[in-house]
Design a protein around this ligand. Sequence first.
Ligand code: ZN
Length: 244
Amino acid sequence: MNTKRLFSQLCSLSRTRVIYNNHAIKRNIPNQRLFNSSSTWRFDKKCWQCQSTNRPSALFCENKVCSVIQPIPPQLNFFHLLQAGKGENKDKPTFNIDLKALKRQFLLLQQKAHPDSFSQAPKRQLDYAQLQSSVINKAYNTLKNPLSRAQYILEQNGHQVNEGDSLSDPELLMEVMEFREELEEITTEKDLVPLKQRNDEKFQEVVDKLTDAFDKEDYKLAKDLAIELQYLTSIKNAIHEWHQ
Ligand SMILES: [Zn+2]
């Protein structure tokens, strides 16, 4: 891989931002209900078949006699959907999540809503299964990655991280630029090892600081750290692609 390509990758921070606001999956869903920013439900939804009242996060009708597949709003809080929070309140957005539990829940929901199981079902049910699958995938991909998870929690709290946001600490910015220069000069894989190690350590350090900042609900600090993590992620991606 040539250095020019490497450099362009390093510069392309936009690649590191996971887009979870995918308009492609937004559809006109009947009974779609929104929730407010504090993640408590404002409305329940009625089953399209039996008219029973269900929680908006219900993937299937909670009336056991009916149990038919339900539409879910694409804006459904991902922590609600995947029950990714900690302790008693698994709906609550939390940065420090149990990734194994997240994956288990993801696989369980993905299996239940798999469109293949609805291939013989009426079109409406197949549509809902496809919608559920895409929302479940999007939720999992957003929450499993520390950068997109941080961006998601920040955005929900009114602190959106934009692609153009740069590091406010000049010392930190200098450190990143020096790191990039070092990376550009590398010609063998052997030389890449210490750089990768240094970046991984730094990455983990920032993730730990983010955990603290979110615990204290210090969103301003968390935003700065998320921006730093954007830079470290782009370096991580460039190191990864160096091998290819
Ligand atoms: Zn029903």
